[in-house]
Write a protein that binds this ligand. Structure first.
Ligand SMILES: NC(=O)C1=CN([C@@H]2O[C@H](COP(=O)(O)OP(=O)(O)OC[C@H]3O[C@@H](n4cnc5c(N)ncnc54)[C@H](OP(=O)(O)O)[C@@H]3O)[C@@H](O)[C@H]2O)C=CC1
Ligand SMILES: CC(C)(CO)C(=O)C(=O)O
Length: 290
Protein backbone atom coordinates (compact mmCIF):
# COMPACT_ATOMS: atom_id res chain seq x y z
CA UNK A 1 0.00 0.00 0.00
CA UNK A 2 1.30 3.47 -0.90
CA UNK A 3 1.26 5.89 2.02
CA UNK A 4 0.38 9.54 1.43
CA UNK A 5 0.13 12.49 3.79
CA UNK A 6 -1.59 15.69 2.69
CA UNK A 7 -0.61 18.88 4.47
CA UNK A 8 -3.25 21.56 4.09
CA UNK A 9 -6.73 20.02 3.60
CA UNK A 10 -8.33 23.18 2.26
CA UNK A 11 -10.12 23.75 -1.03
CA UNK A 12 -7.49 22.05 -3.21
CA UNK A 13 -5.96 19.79 -0.57
CA UNK A 14 -9.30 18.55 0.69
CA UNK A 15 -10.52 17.86 -2.83
CA UNK A 16 -7.33 16.02 -3.79
CA UNK A 17 -7.24 14.04 -0.54
CA UNK A 18 -10.85 12.94 -0.91
CA UNK A 19 -10.28 11.74 -4.46
CA UNK A 20 -7.06 9.94 -3.59
CA UNK A 21 -8.79 8.26 -0.63
CA UNK A 22 -11.29 6.68 -3.06
CA UNK A 23 -8.50 4.26 -4.04
CA UNK A 24 -8.10 1.49 -1.38
CA UNK A 25 -4.52 0.98 -2.53
CA UNK A 26 -3.63 4.42 -1.16
CA UNK A 27 -3.35 5.11 2.57
CA UNK A 28 -4.18 8.81 2.94
CA UNK A 29 -3.46 10.77 6.12
CA UNK A 30 -4.51 14.39 6.54
CA UNK A 31 -2.19 16.81 8.33
CA UNK A 32 -4.44 19.65 9.41
CA UNK A 33 -4.21 22.85 11.39
CA UNK A 34 -7.93 22.97 12.12
CA UNK A 35 -9.40 19.60 13.17
CA UNK A 36 -12.46 18.20 11.39
CA UNK A 37 -14.31 14.93 10.99
CA UNK A 38 -14.21 13.54 7.44
CA UNK A 39 -14.24 15.10 4.01
CA UNK A 40 -17.34 15.86 1.92
CA UNK A 41 -16.75 17.25 -1.56
CA UNK A 42 -19.51 18.50 -3.86
CA UNK A 43 -18.03 17.46 -7.20
CA UNK A 44 -19.43 17.90 -10.73
CA UNK A 45 -20.29 14.20 -10.57
CA UNK A 46 -22.01 14.39 -7.21
CA UNK A 47 -21.04 14.21 -3.55
CA UNK A 48 -17.99 12.18 -2.53
CA UNK A 49 -16.84 11.58 1.02
CA UNK A 50 -13.80 10.15 2.71
CA UNK A 51 -12.78 9.47 6.31
CA UNK A 52 -8.99 9.59 6.32
CA UNK A 53 -7.03 9.83 9.54
CA UNK A 54 -6.83 13.53 10.46
CA UNK A 55 -3.76 14.50 12.45
CA UNK A 56 -3.28 17.92 14.02
CA UNK A 57 0.01 17.25 15.84
CA UNK A 58 3.18 16.54 13.83
CA UNK A 59 4.37 14.33 16.71
CA UNK A 60 1.70 11.84 15.59
CA UNK A 61 3.10 11.70 12.04
CA UNK A 62 5.56 9.17 10.60
CA UNK A 63 7.49 9.05 7.30
CA UNK A 64 5.38 8.29 4.22
CA UNK A 65 5.96 7.49 0.56
CA UNK A 66 4.41 10.76 -0.64
CA UNK A 67 3.81 14.09 1.01
CA UNK A 68 1.41 16.39 -0.82
CA UNK A 69 1.47 20.01 0.36
CA UNK A 70 -1.49 22.21 -0.51
CA UNK A 71 -1.14 25.04 1.97
CA UNK A 72 -1.08 28.57 0.60
CA UNK A 73 2.43 29.80 -0.13
CA UNK A 74 2.34 32.02 2.96
CA UNK A 75 2.00 28.88 5.11
CA UNK A 76 5.23 27.22 4.08
CA UNK A 77 7.10 27.90 7.33
CA UNK A 78 4.18 26.74 9.46
CA UNK A 79 4.25 23.39 7.66
CA UNK A 80 7.92 22.68 8.43
CA UNK A 81 7.14 20.64 11.56
CA UNK A 82 4.98 18.31 9.46
CA UNK A 83 7.76 17.88 6.91
CA UNK A 84 10.24 17.09 9.70
CA UNK A 85 8.03 14.16 10.71
CA UNK A 86 6.81 12.99 7.31
CA UNK A 87 9.89 13.10 5.08
CA UNK A 88 12.00 9.96 5.16
CA UNK A 89 14.97 8.92 2.98
CA UNK A 90 12.71 7.83 0.10
CA UNK A 91 9.81 10.26 0.55
CA UNK A 92 8.77 12.37 -2.42
CA UNK A 93 7.00 15.73 -2.13
CA UNK A 94 4.25 16.99 -4.46
CA UNK A 95 3.66 20.73 -4.28
CA UNK A 96 0.05 21.59 -5.18
CA UNK A 97 0.14 25.36 -5.39
CA UNK A 98 -0.17 28.31 -7.72
CA UNK A 99 2.79 30.37 -8.78
CA UNK A 100 6.10 29.58 -10.43
CA UNK A 101 8.17 28.96 -7.30
CA UNK A 102 6.94 25.52 -6.21
CA UNK A 103 10.35 23.88 -5.68
CA UNK A 104 12.75 26.46 -4.19
CA UNK A 105 11.20 26.53 -0.67
CA UNK A 106 11.89 22.78 -0.25
CA UNK A 107 15.34 22.31 -1.80
CA UNK A 108 17.06 22.59 1.58
CA UNK A 109 15.10 19.49 2.62
CA UNK A 110 14.90 17.27 -0.46
CA UNK A 111 16.77 16.94 -3.78
CA UNK A 112 14.93 18.36 -6.77
CA UNK A 113 14.49 14.83 -8.15
CA UNK A 114 12.16 14.05 -5.21
CA UNK A 115 10.10 17.26 -5.46
CA UNK A 116 7.16 17.34 -7.89
CA UNK A 117 5.80 20.81 -8.68
CA UNK A 118 2.19 20.67 -9.78
CA UNK A 119 0.14 23.20 -11.73
CA UNK A 120 -3.36 22.81 -10.30
CA UNK A 121 -6.43 24.02 -12.17
CA UNK A 122 -9.26 22.78 -9.94
CA UNK A 123 -11.62 25.60 -8.98
CA UNK A 124 -12.62 24.74 -5.45
CA UNK A 125 -14.05 26.69 -2.54
CA UNK A 126 -13.91 25.70 1.11
CA UNK A 127 -17.26 26.13 2.83
CA UNK A 128 -16.09 24.85 6.22
CA UNK A 129 -13.31 22.57 7.45
CA UNK A 130 -13.68 19.36 5.40
CA UNK A 131 -16.61 20.72 3.36
CA UNK A 132 -15.66 21.79 -0.18
CA UNK A 133 -17.30 22.76 -3.46
CA UNK A 134 -15.31 21.45 -6.44
CA UNK A 135 -16.69 23.44 -9.36
CA UNK A 136 -14.91 21.54 -12.17
CA UNK A 137 -13.09 18.20 -12.36
CA UNK A 138 -10.11 20.29 -13.39
CA UNK A 139 -6.57 19.31 -14.16
CA UNK A 140 -3.11 18.89 -12.67
CA UNK A 141 0.12 19.08 -14.63
CA UNK A 142 3.43 17.68 -13.39
CA UNK A 143 6.85 17.59 -15.08
CA UNK A 144 7.52 14.71 -17.48
CA UNK A 145 10.18 13.07 -15.34
CA UNK A 146 10.19 9.94 -13.15
CA UNK A 147 8.72 11.57 -10.04
CA UNK A 148 6.26 13.65 -12.06
CA UNK A 149 4.98 10.56 -13.85
CA UNK A 150 4.68 8.64 -10.56
CA UNK A 151 2.78 11.54 -9.00
CA UNK A 152 0.38 11.71 -11.93
CA UNK A 153 -0.24 7.97 -11.66
CA UNK A 154 -1.58 8.43 -8.11
CA UNK A 155 -4.63 10.13 -9.66
CA UNK A 156 -5.35 7.55 -12.39
CA UNK A 157 -8.63 6.52 -10.71
CA UNK A 158 -9.96 10.08 -10.43
CA UNK A 159 -11.86 12.32 -12.90
CA UNK A 160 -9.18 14.99 -12.48
CA UNK A 161 -7.23 15.26 -15.75
CA UNK A 162 -3.71 14.65 -14.42
CA UNK A 163 -0.90 14.55 -16.95
CA UNK A 164 2.76 15.39 -17.37
CA UNK A 165 4.35 18.07 -19.50
CA UNK A 166 7.86 18.34 -20.96
CA UNK A 167 7.65 22.14 -20.54
CA UNK A 168 6.65 22.79 -16.94
CA UNK A 169 7.92 26.38 -17.12
CA UNK A 170 5.37 27.21 -19.81
CA UNK A 171 2.62 25.40 -17.90
CA UNK A 172 3.35 27.27 -14.68
CA UNK A 173 3.56 30.70 -16.34
CA UNK A 174 0.39 30.00 -18.33
CA UNK A 175 -1.44 29.30 -15.06
CA UNK A 176 0.17 32.38 -13.49
CA UNK A 177 -1.32 34.46 -16.29
CA UNK A 178 -4.77 33.32 -15.13
CA UNK A 179 -3.93 33.89 -11.50
CA UNK A 180 -2.34 37.34 -11.87
CA UNK A 181 -5.59 38.55 -13.47
CA UNK A 182 -7.49 37.16 -10.46
CA UNK A 183 -6.08 40.04 -8.41
CA UNK A 184 -8.81 42.18 -9.98
CA UNK A 185 -11.49 40.07 -8.31
CA UNK A 186 -9.71 40.33 -4.97
CA UNK A 187 -9.32 44.09 -5.38
CA UNK A 188 -12.94 44.94 -6.26
CA UNK A 189 -14.43 41.98 -4.37
CA UNK A 190 -16.43 40.76 -7.37
CA UNK A 191 -16.61 37.11 -8.55
CA UNK A 192 -15.68 35.77 -11.99
CA UNK A 193 -18.66 37.25 -13.81
CA UNK A 194 -17.24 40.76 -13.48
CA UNK A 195 -14.94 39.90 -16.40
CA UNK A 196 -17.88 40.60 -18.73
CA UNK A 197 -17.30 44.31 -17.97
CA UNK A 198 -15.00 45.42 -20.78
CA UNK A 199 -13.15 47.88 -18.60
CA UNK A 200 -12.39 45.15 -16.07
CA UNK A 201 -11.41 42.81 -18.90
CA UNK A 202 -8.93 45.38 -20.17
CA UNK A 203 -7.29 45.64 -16.74
CA UNK A 204 -6.98 41.86 -16.71
CA UNK A 205 -5.41 41.91 -20.17
CA UNK A 206 -2.88 44.49 -18.98
CA UNK A 207 -1.87 42.35 -16.00
CA UNK A 208 -1.53 39.30 -18.23
CA UNK A 209 0.50 41.18 -20.85
CA UNK A 210 3.09 41.95 -18.17
CA UNK A 211 3.03 38.31 -17.07
CA UNK A 212 3.59 37.19 -20.68
CA UNK A 213 6.55 39.54 -21.16
CA UNK A 214 8.22 38.35 -17.96
CA UNK A 215 7.33 34.71 -18.51
CA UNK A 216 8.92 34.78 -21.96
CA UNK A 217 12.07 36.26 -20.44
CA UNK A 218 12.01 33.33 -17.99
CA UNK A 219 11.84 30.83 -20.86
CA UNK A 220 8.10 30.20 -21.09
CA UNK A 221 6.53 29.76 -24.51
CA UNK A 222 3.49 32.02 -24.13
CA UNK A 223 1.17 32.93 -27.00
CA UNK A 224 0.06 36.41 -28.03
CA UNK A 225 -3.54 35.32 -27.41
CA UNK A 226 -3.06 34.47 -23.72
CA UNK A 227 -4.56 37.71 -22.38
CA UNK A 228 -7.75 37.22 -24.40
CA UNK A 229 -7.82 33.56 -23.37
CA UNK A 230 -7.66 34.53 -19.68
CA UNK A 231 -10.57 36.96 -20.09
CA UNK A 232 -12.53 34.34 -22.04
CA UNK A 233 -11.83 31.79 -19.29
CA UNK A 234 -13.15 34.15 -16.64
CA UNK A 235 -16.24 34.87 -18.74
CA UNK A 236 -16.87 31.13 -19.24
CA UNK A 237 -16.42 30.31 -15.55
CA UNK A 238 -19.27 30.19 -13.05
CA UNK A 239 -20.20 33.87 -12.66
CA UNK A 240 -20.31 33.53 -8.86
CA UNK A 241 -16.94 31.75 -8.75
CA UNK A 242 -14.48 33.02 -6.15
CA UNK A 243 -10.78 32.55 -6.84
CA UNK A 244 -8.54 31.65 -3.92
CA UNK A 245 -6.96 35.10 -3.61
CA UNK A 246 -10.43 36.65 -3.46
CA UNK A 247 -11.44 33.98 -0.92
CA UNK A 248 -8.47 34.85 1.28
CA UNK A 249 -9.36 38.53 1.21
CA UNK A 250 -13.01 37.83 2.02
CA UNK A 251 -11.93 35.64 4.96
CA UNK A 252 -9.46 38.22 6.26
CA UNK A 253 -6.61 35.75 5.77
CA UNK A 254 -3.15 36.64 4.45
CA UNK A 255 -2.98 36.56 0.66
CA UNK A 256 -0.68 35.03 -1.97
CA UNK A 257 -0.09 38.40 -3.57
CA UNK A 258 3.65 37.84 -3.84
CA UNK A 259 3.28 34.38 -5.37
CA UNK A 260 0.69 35.53 -7.92
CA UNK A 261 1.55 39.14 -8.78
CA UNK A 262 4.64 40.13 -6.79
CA UNK A 263 6.67 37.43 -8.52
CA UNK A 264 5.96 39.10 -11.87
CA UNK A 265 7.28 42.38 -10.46
CA UNK A 266 10.35 40.71 -8.94
CA UNK A 267 11.26 38.64 -11.99
CA UNK A 268 10.41 41.56 -14.28
CA UNK A 269 12.86 43.78 -12.43
CA UNK A 270 15.56 41.13 -12.88
CA UNK A 271 15.01 41.28 -16.64
CA UNK A 272 14.55 45.06 -16.86
CA UNK A 273 10.88 44.61 -17.78
CA UNK A 274 8.49 47.20 -16.29
CA UNK A 275 5.40 45.71 -14.61
CA UNK A 276 3.45 48.74 -13.28
CA UNK A 277 0.02 47.13 -13.37
CA UNK A 278 1.04 44.14 -11.26
CA UNK A 279 2.92 46.43 -8.87
CA UNK A 280 -0.20 48.59 -8.59
CA UNK A 281 -2.61 45.78 -7.76
CA UNK A 282 -0.22 44.45 -5.11
CA UNK A 283 -0.04 47.88 -3.48
CA UNK A 284 -3.78 48.55 -3.74
CA UNK A 285 -4.90 45.16 -2.39
CA UNK A 286 -2.41 45.34 0.47
CA UNK A 287 -3.67 48.81 1.37
CA UNK A 288 -7.33 47.83 0.98
CA UNK A 289 -6.89 44.77 3.22
CA UNK A 290 -4.85 46.60 5.89
N1 LIG B 1 -8.96 27.17 -4.37
C1 LIG B 1 -8.75 27.05 -5.68
O1 LIG B 1 -9.71 27.10 -6.51
C2 LIG B 1 -7.38 26.85 -6.23
C3 LIG B 1 -6.24 27.08 -5.45
N2 LIG B 1 -5.00 26.86 -6.00
C4 LIG B 1 -3.79 27.06 -5.20
O2 LIG B 1 -3.67 25.92 -4.34
C5 LIG B 1 -3.03 26.28 -3.12
C6 LIG B 1 -3.96 25.96 -1.96
O3 LIG B 1 -5.06 26.82 -2.11
P1 LIG B 1 -6.47 26.54 -1.39
O4 LIG B 1 -6.71 25.10 -1.30
O5 LIG B 1 -7.47 27.41 -2.06
O6 LIG B 1 -6.18 27.12 0.09
P2 LIG B 1 -7.10 27.01 1.40
O7 LIG B 1 -6.85 28.25 2.16
O8 LIG B 1 -8.47 26.62 1.04
O9 LIG B 1 -6.45 25.76 2.16
C7 LIG B 1 -5.19 25.83 2.77
C8 LIG B 1 -5.22 24.79 3.87
O10 LIG B 1 -3.92 24.69 4.46
C9 LIG B 1 -4.11 24.59 5.85
N3 LIG B 1 -2.89 24.93 6.54
C10 LIG B 1 -2.26 26.11 6.60
N4 LIG B 1 -1.14 26.00 7.34
C11 LIG B 1 -1.10 24.72 7.77
C12 LIG B 1 -0.20 23.97 8.59
N5 LIG B 1 0.88 24.54 9.12
N6 LIG B 1 -0.48 22.67 8.83
C13 LIG B 1 -1.58 22.09 8.31
N7 LIG B 1 -2.47 22.73 7.52
C14 LIG B 1 -2.21 24.03 7.27
C15 LIG B 1 -5.26 25.52 6.15
O11 LIG B 1 -5.74 25.26 7.43
P3 LIG B 1 -6.91 26.12 8.12
O12 LIG B 1 -8.16 25.37 7.76
O13 LIG B 1 -6.58 26.07 9.57
O14 LIG B 1 -6.87 27.50 7.52
C16 LIG B 1 -6.20 25.15 5.01
O15 LIG B 1 -6.96 24.02 5.35
C17 LIG B 1 -2.72 27.78 -3.26
O16 LIG B 1 -1.41 27.97 -3.75
C18 LIG B 1 -3.75 28.25 -4.28
O17 LIG B 1 -3.33 29.44 -4.94
C19 LIG B 1 -4.84 26.40 -7.28
C20 LIG B 1 -5.93 26.18 -8.07
C21 LIG B 1 -7.27 26.42 -7.61
C1 LIG C 1 -8.67 30.56 -10.78
C2 LIG C 1 -8.50 29.24 -10.17
C3 LIG C 1 -9.73 28.76 -9.49
C4 LIG C 1 -8.24 28.23 -11.28
O1 LIG C 1 -8.00 26.97 -10.78
C5 LIG C 1 -7.30 29.32 -9.23
O2 LIG C 1 -6.20 28.98 -9.61
C6 LIG C 1 -7.43 29.89 -7.87
O3 LIG C 1 -8.55 30.13 -7.41
O4 LIG C 1 -6.38 30.09 -7.21
Amino acid sequence: MTSLALIGPGAVGGTVAAWLAQNPALSVTICARTPFEGLEIETPGGLISASPVVLTDPAQARPVDWVLIATKTYDTASAEAWLDALVGPETRLMVLRNGVEHVAPFLARLPAARIVPAVVDIPAERRAPGRILQRRDGSILTPDDAAGRDAAALFAHTPIAVSTTPDFTTAAWTKLALNCAGAVNALILKPSGVAHDEGVAEVMRTLVAECVAVGRAEGADLGDDLADAVVAGNRAAAPDGINSLHADRLAGRPMELDARNGVIVRRGAAHGIPTPANAMVVALIRAAAA
